[in-house]
Design a protein around this ligand. Structure first.
Ligand code: TMP
Length: 254
């Protein structure tokens, strides 16, 4: 049995060395955490669904001209991605007040925002991802002013595209988190979308009922967590053929 080199293990994913230089294999786990690891659990089938959902959304974004790290899905829980230098920022885009924004400003969840708001958080488990400004980011060298211009432009394009895509299947994209990386190619560097886009990193509400169909069901103990992830996949038209029973799948991790 061959053993692949494990490059990085996060809370919901593992990165392995890829089959060719400059590639990685991104493995999606069923593990879920919230509130910076204080709440832990498992969402059965989440890894399989997030692998599919992220594949679908990254492919659509690629087709719309947004550069991403995604190459192709390999199996139920793994996808091949380009190796990038991750910029240590969580870029959050908000269309409707919810979560930490509602708390910070005392704004009821569901209040429409006057315009889309982009926020930056410094990726650090020890510090619990503190919110940072462009001043901190450029002064501490996490990203250059040019990187930030590219990130802002990409984040807003992604928001427009995904808001429309989700609306088409009856879902409101309330807010979401993105990560970006630097891809080096022929002496050139470009910023590309990295990580994943899934109900772990988005707030998605049913347009008619405002029912939450995302990780807030886990964070807030609302029940129906697995079903919510399945419903998002079903609406996008990508639930595995034989339904949820197909989702445990062969474990290919070694
Ligand atoms: P927040 O309202 O808790 O700041 O979350 C904003 C969005 O970012 C929400 O869609 C969930 C997502 N998010 C992550 O993907 N990872 C995180 O660690 C946090 C705190 C939020």
């Amino acid at each position: 049995m061959t053993r692949r080199r494990r490059i990085y293990e996060g809370k919901a994913k593992v990165l392995f060395e890829g089959p060719e230089p400059g590639t990685l294999v991104q493995y999606f786990k069923d593990d879920a955490t919230a509130f910076n690891n204080q709440k832990r659990g498992t969402i059965t089938g989440k890894g399989v669904l997030n692998n599919r959902i992220s594949e679908y959304l990254m492919t659509k974004l690629n087709e719309a001209g947004v550069p991403t790290h995604f190459v192709r899905r390999l199996n139920m829980r793994e996808q091949l991605v380009r190796e990038v230098e991750i910029i240590p920022l969580e870029v959050v885009i908000r269309n409707v007040a919810a979560g930490s924004l509602s708390k910070r400003f005392g704004m009821p969840e569901g209040t429409a925002l006057p315009r889309s708001i982009v926020e930056f958080y410094y990726k650090s488990d020890e510090l619990a991802d503190p919110m940072v400004s462009e001043e901190h980011i450029t002064a501490f060298g996490w990203a250059s002013p040019q990187d930030l211009d590219d990130i802002m432009a990409l984040a807003l394009r992604i928001n427009d595209f995904l808001s429309g895509l989700f609306l088409g299947v009856g879902l409101k994209l309330v807010d979401f988190k993105l990560e970006f990386g630097r891809l080096y190619e022929n002496d050139e560097m470009r910023i590309v979308l990295a990580d994943e886009i899934s109900p772990d990193s988005c707030r998605l509400w049913d347009v008619k009922t405002n029912e939450k169909l995302d990780k807030d069901r886990f964070r807030r103990d609302l029940g129906g967590v697995e079903e919510a992830y399945q419903e998002v996949a079903r609406r996008l038209g990508i639930l595995p053929e034989s339904g949820p029973r197909d989702m445990k799948g062969p474990e290919t991790m070694q």
